[in-house]
Design a protein. Structure first.
Length: 65
């Protein structure tokens, strides 16, 4: 699995987003996690990469082999 932040228009990392790419036999599946602007105080982590990685790991068990 690969994870990273999503770049903003100026090329810097957006602290409210993260994505994970999961390898799959037909290519890959990308899982994007976005934290709502204005809700930053409710976030347990920013950027939300641990959340994205956890959800992607959960998703893998449901993918056909």
């Amino acid at each position: 699995m690969y994870q990273d932040n999503i770049a903003t228009n100026d090329g810097s990392a957006d602290p409210l987003t993260c994505y994970v790419s999961v390898p799959y036999k037909q290519g890959s599946i990308d899982l994007f996690i976005y934290w709502s602007r204005g809700e930053e105080s409710k976030a347990s982590q920013l950027p939300p990469c641990d959340i994205a990685l956890s959800r992607a790991t959960d998703l893998v068990s449901y993918l056909p082999q």
